[in-house]
Design a protein around this ligand. Structure first.
Ligand SMILES: Cc1ncc(COP(=O)(O)O)c(C=O)c1O
Length: 360
């Protein structure tokens, strides 16, 4: 039996290869590779899709975060509250600006920031809260908004999830395994403040509008024309892909995976970038999956507050109990739009064999 990957990105774009070739050739013919019509069109189409005022294509999702913080004037002496159970770039962007990441614990039911714990960590220095819509599940945006400081939504894993990106600024990554992706590196900022959007656009272009007059110390972070052309095509398939992801998630539940391990509770906005389960027996389950030739993965096993580069902040093990427990228990099982039912049956059978329920 063939090995089952965790994510089959090629299965997603394989039916579109001819279309991708045409788009590649059109850009090649145009010989406009930077700041071309596809980037401009994507920025308009993405703004409509997300229901935001402006979007700005940038080089990747990490730059998107750094640029927003920079445009908001966040730097040394400022604090930004964020989760420690997320990809490193979330806190890295804050530290990169010389500001202080202040980690808050997560709600174990959603794996997203716990608004109560965030509230307890707000100080006079708090300039922003940076929730992450982790694994495709929207964070508690309404509760967090009510706390006062502006939200910068790290939406790298949740493009198009309903209800997100309504804050002052949100960021996206088009890294190839994301739910909306490109064929290399790419990212996007969504902004609901025209002035902030303009500053972000300039900061990503050497602090300039025209590369002649330089207003700010920025740098170079642009989405290129090829990637924009590909993302425009993929965006037209995103609704169908999200439906496919949600159907696959529902099928895992129908197949009884939730009787064996803790599965994510569904909510309408969840776009299932990944399907994350929890179990104290995770290592045994993963061994059984590997034996059955099924890929699985674990995420953020050393949460950000305990990462070597963040040691200067002085966090100790035990300071974020729910984060640390999630780090020890989480694992993902294969999911992508169009994953065959038989594949999901094989996954559930392998998990069942490890936890010993329903055997014989
Ligand atoms: C939550 C989160 N934030 C930020 C990023 C950074 O995005 P990129 O890899 O495009 O720089 C990623 C993805 O890698 C992510 O998952």
């Amino acid at each position: 039996m063939p090995r089952i990957p965790l994510v089959d990105v090629k299965a997603q774009y394989a039916p579109l290869i001819e279309d991708l070739r045409e788009r590649f050739e059109a850009v090649l013919d145009s010989s406009t590779f930077i700041r071309g019509p596809n980037v401009q069109a994507l920025e308009e189409e993405a703004a409509v899709y997300l229901g935001v005022k402006r979007t700005i294509g940038v080089a990747n999702g990490t730059d998107a975060l750094v640029l927003v913080l920079d445009a908001m004037g966040i730097g040394p002496g400022d604090e930004v509250i964020c989760p420690a159970f997320t990809f490193y770039a979330t806190a890295e962007s804050i530290a990169r600006r010389g500001a202080t990441p202040v980690f808050a614990d997560i709600d174990p039911a959603t794996l997203n920031l716990d608004p109560e714990d965030v509230a307890a960590r707000i100080t006079q220095r708090t300039r922003a809260i940076m929730p992450v819509h982790l694994f495709g599940r929207p964070a508690a945006v309404a509760e967090l908004t009510g706390l006062g400081p502006p939200l910068i939504e790290d939406a790298a894993q949740a493009f198009g999830s309903p209800g997100i990106a309504q804050s002052i600024a949100s960021t996206f990554s088009f890294y190839p395994t994301k739910n909306l992706f490109c064929l290399g590196d790419g990212g996007l900022v969504a902004a609901n403040d025209e002035e902030l959007a303009e500053r972000i656009r300039m900061l990503a272009f050497h602090g300039s509008r025209d590369k002649t007059d330089f207003q700010f110390v920025g740098y170079n972070s642009r989405l290129d024309e090829f990637q924009a052309a590909f993302v425009r095509l993929f965006l037209t398939h995103l609704d169908e892909w999200t439906r496919g992801r949600r159907e696959a998630a529902a099928r895992y539940v129908e197949l009884g995976l939730g009787d064996l391990v803790q599965v994510p509770e569904d909510e309408t906005g969840h776009v299932y970038h990944l399907f994350i389960c929890r179990s104290p027996e995770r290592d045994r389950i993963r061994e059984a999956l590997t034996e059955a030739d099924i890929a699985s993965a674990v995420y953020y096993t050393t949460p950000l507050h305990l990462q070597p580069a963040m040691r200067f902040l002085g966090w100790k093990p035990g300071s974020l109990p729910e984060t640390e427990r999630a780090a020890q228990e989480n694992f993902s099982v294969p999911l992508w739009p169009g994953i065959p039912a038989e594949v999901q049956e094989r996954v559930v059978a392998a998990v069942r064999s490890a936890v010993g329920v329903g055997v014989g």
